[in-house]
Design a protein. Structure first.
Length: 378
């Protein structure tokens, strides 16, 4: 029987045209299944050993019963023979005694007649005593024959019963051995089914490992073909590589210039410039409307410069939140306010003037290339 220990070693990758690198990925799954197969082999050996032992035990048990049965037959035969012999002896003795009694009676009758003297002698054998004696002797012989026949019939029936029991023991032994054989066959069939399942799983594992090797080799072939195709295309496009590199470099320079221009924007210090600044920084139309509402509601009459105007606006638009926390405008709104107030002209109100001077917005813009800092310095 082939087991994992004595099966011939075979190369699982035989017939596969694969590279050494791909073949190195194969891992033999047999050791993982070997303990299960060895356990099945041990169970098969144990089942056969149990069958042999149980069969020997059955033979011993029924052999002993058969011997007892045969000995019983011999004892019964001897007992009946001895009983018949004893009865025959006793019958012979009774017959002899009866015959002797009859002869003594007849002799007594003859002497009596002789003593009386004279007269004719009668038939002694027809006398009532002689007739009764002969009848008794005949009955003894008949009864003895009847009893002997009965005893022999009983002996024959007893022997038949013992013989039938002996045959029954043989049938029971054969039936017990047959049941034991069926039990062994069922156990061996179950073990064979288990072994088939394990070997099927082992075959699937080997096929899976072979598939991995084949897939790895296929990937190597694809990579090799891709490299060859890349070299072929590189050879075809070699004449254009330098020009393409120049074009790519110029595109990168142009893109860098555009990004640099987008990073620095000069906003006019007017309401339109401030609005565009807020819009470009993500402010919604409502945010912009609220901002200009805060500008319009701030009194900046009498301020001398943009710092004072900004401070007045910041104070007017700062509120007190829960737990006394100061809630100031957002950083974007503060930057927009600085941009707006920096563009205004500030004239000090003279004494006696009835109408405060008007703060007119300036049309000046930030110098090109100058980066404006929304946190207060330029």
């Amino acid at each position: 029987m082939a087991t994992p220990n004595n099966m011939p070693k075979q190369n699982p990758l035989a017939g596969m045209n694969v590279s050494q690198d791909a073949a190195g990925l194969y891992v033999d799954p047999t050791p993982a299944f070997q303990p299960a197969l060895e356990q099945i082999d041990r169970q098969r050996v144990q089942a056969n050993e149990r069958y042999a032992q149980n069969k020997a035990d059955i033979a011993n048990i029924f052999g002993s019963l058969t011997q007892v049965n045969q000995e019983s037959q011999n004892r019964v035969r001897q007992q009946f023979e001895q009983s018949v012999t004893n009865q025959q002896t006793q019958t012979a003795q009774r017959l002899a005694q009866a015959r002797m009694g009859a002869e003594q009676t007849q002799a007594s009758a003859v002497r009596a007649m002789e003593e009386r003297g004279g007269g004719p002698m009668g038939n002694l054998m027809a006398s009532p005593a002689a007739v009764a004696s002969e009848r008794a002797i005949g009955d003894i012989g008949s009864y003895a024959q009847i009893w002997e026949g009965q005893q022999r019939a009983i002996q024959e029936q007893t022997q038949q019963d013992l013989q039938a029991g002996l045959r029954g023991l043989g049938f029971q032994q054969a039936q017990s051995v047959s049941q034991l054989q069926r039990s062994l066959e069922d156990t061996l069939n179950q073990l064979s089914g288990q072994e088939t399942g394990v070997r099927g799983q082992l075959a699937q594992a080997i096929i899976g490992a072979r598939s991995q090797v084949a897939q790895a080799n296929y990937n190597e072939v694809l990579a090799r073909k891709a490299a060859e195709e890349a070299r072929r295309l590189a050879a075809i496009r070699g004449a254009y590589d330098v020009k393409q590199a120049q074009i790519d470099a110029q595109n990168k320079l142009d893109l860098a210039k555009v990004e640099a221009q987008n990073r620095v924007i000069d906003y006019p210090q007017t309401s339109a410039g401030v609005t565009q600044f807020m819009r470009n920084n993500g402010a919604s139309p409502q945010d912009i409307a609220n901002f200009w509402g805060g500008i319009d509601s701030t009194s900046i009459s009498g301020v001398k410069n943009s710092q004072e105007a900004y401070a007045a606006w910041l104070e007017a638009n700062t509120s007190t939140g829960p737990k006394g926390r100061k809630l100031k405008p957002s950083a974007g709104e503060q930057a927009a306010a600085r941009l707006y107030f920096d563009g205004l002209r500030y004239n000090t109100q003279q004494e006696g003037d009835l109408i405060p001077r008007v703060n007119l917005p300036s049309n000046n813009t930030m110098a090109p290339g100058t980066t404006w800092n929304p946190y207060g310095t330029r």
